[in-house]
Structures are given as C-alpha cells and as structure tokens.
Design a protein around this ligand. Structure first.
Ligand code: FES
Length: 201
C-alpha cells in the first residue's frame, strides 16, 4: 500500500513572499528528517519543487538559470532549470532532462519532483520517494539526501542552527542590498561601481 509522506513547512510566509518576488527565483532548502536538499522555484503563481542536487554529479541547481523551453512536440512551454556545472537542463514540472530544443533526454525523470502547497503560514512540501508516493529510485537520490551529523562524524547542531538555508540566504541578500545601497551612495560621490552578489535566481 502506498503511504503518503507528511506535509512539511519549508518556508514561512515572509520567505515565500521573497521567493515569489520578481525576477523568477530558485532557492535550496533542507526538508525532512533525514534532511533532503530541495529546490524551490517560483514560476508565476506556482512554486515548483524538485531535488536541488543535479543527478549528473551533484551540481547546485539553485545557482542555475530558470529558462522556458517549448517542447519539440508542440507541447506548451515548460520552465526548466539549467545546472551551473555542466549545463544539463531539467524540466521543473517533471524532473526530466530536456535538451535546449525541448526534446526529452531519457525516458524517466532524472530529478525527483515533490509536491508543494502554499498556505497562509507559508509553503509546505510533501516529499516523494522512500515511504511515499513515487518510491521508485531516481538518479538524483544519490545527491539530494543530506548525510546525518553522525554519518559526517560531527555532533548534531542545535535545532536553531538547522534553520532553513533559505533564511540564511535571504539575510545575506538583505545585507548585500544594504551594501549595494552604500555602494550607490559611493558612486554618487564618484566612487567605484559595486555589483552585489546574486544569492537567489
Ligand atoms: S553536475 Fe549538473 S550537469 Fe553535471
């Protein structure tokens, strides 16, 4: 009998609003116990979720570009994410690898996709995979699972320190914006131009 995994809150409402703010963005969060690295990508009204580590060699998909690709069979345009390491492109809806012209590569999803639901208090994710729907092995399984602290040979972090990686990124982004504002003031004074790092795409 198929057992559905529980819904897990991955983002608070403010974090969700930041993720949805233009331009289109993707972020990596750790969900569940044991934790899994999940990519959340805001596409219109939807937030799509799939494993955040590339099935090829584990590249960080949250650092890739979100691009729309039309299917070569005339199917509708689908949002994809392109791995920053070697350029493989994955459909954000299906997890299947696709070529630049929309042709499917392989007959089975390379990236495991997960279900999301926006609620008043934030974004919830239901993981697929072991113990849940879609229990069939997926190539991205090898990279998406976060090793336990014990497996890494270290002590477990306090829960407060295990907060979503997205929150840390948003704080860093806010700091970068502050720095950018300061740089803008410097430019007004004839100082050097400063380009803040992009943490979310
Ligand atoms: S690690 Fe993503 S394409 Fe190679």
């Amino acid at each position: 009998m198929s057992v559905q995994a529980p819904w897990i809150r991955a983002l608070g409402s403010e974090e969700l609003a930041r993720l949805r703010a233009p331009p289109r963005r993707a972020a990596c969060v750790e969900v569940g116990a044991p934790a899994r690295k999940v990519l959340l990508a805001a596409c219109g009204d939807e937030v799509l979720a799939l494993d955040a580590r590339c099935a090829h060699r584990g590249g960080p998909l949250e650092q890739g570009d979100i691009e729309d690709v039309a299917g070569n069979d005339g199917s509708a345009v689908a949002p994809t994410i392109r791995c920053p390491w070697h350029g493989r492109r994955y459909c954000l809806r299906t997890g299947r690898e696709v070529s630049a012209d929309g042709a499917a590569v392989g007959s089975w999803p390379a990236q495991r996709v997960h279900t999301t639901e926006a609620r008043p208090d934030g974004l919830y994710v239901r993981l697929s995979g072991a113990g849940g729907e879609g229990a069939r092995p997926c190539p991205s399984d090898e990279f998406a699972q976060v090793p336990s602290a014990e497996a890494r040979g270290g002590a477990r972090l306090p829960i407060a320190m295990e907060r979503s990686a997205l929150q840390a990124l948003l704080l860093a982004e806010a700091a970068a914006e502050d720095t950018g504002a300061a740089a803008g003031a410097a430019r007004a004074d004839g100082g050097p131009e400063f380009v803040p790092d992009e943490f979310l795409f």
